[in-house]
Write a protein of this length. Sequence first.
Length: 114
Amino acid sequence: QVQLVESGGGLVQAGGSLRLSCAASGSIYSINTMGWYRQAPGKQRELVAAIASGGSTNYADSVKGRFAISRDNAKNTVYLQMNSLKPEDTAVYYCAAEGSYVFWGQGTQVTVSS
């Protein structure tokens, strides 16, 4: 089992920045990829960004150039730096740890006002 605890969400004006953190504990040796997903009201959950154990990254087209994912293996933590936020970025953001199974965090709300 892997436990994920997210933090850093909140309310921000358009153009502002937020940094999300996700701390992993438990069977972290089983994790290959960690990622951030988001789900807006009435929409499906979508991948925002992911980072593999080797450091390669993947981003949704809608966030390229604005968001950056990183991980601190010593702290078992993954971060999502979000800059130039837009109202359409408003969603619940979920951390995911992927290995043989996928583990999810509880989610953190990000609200961007116009």
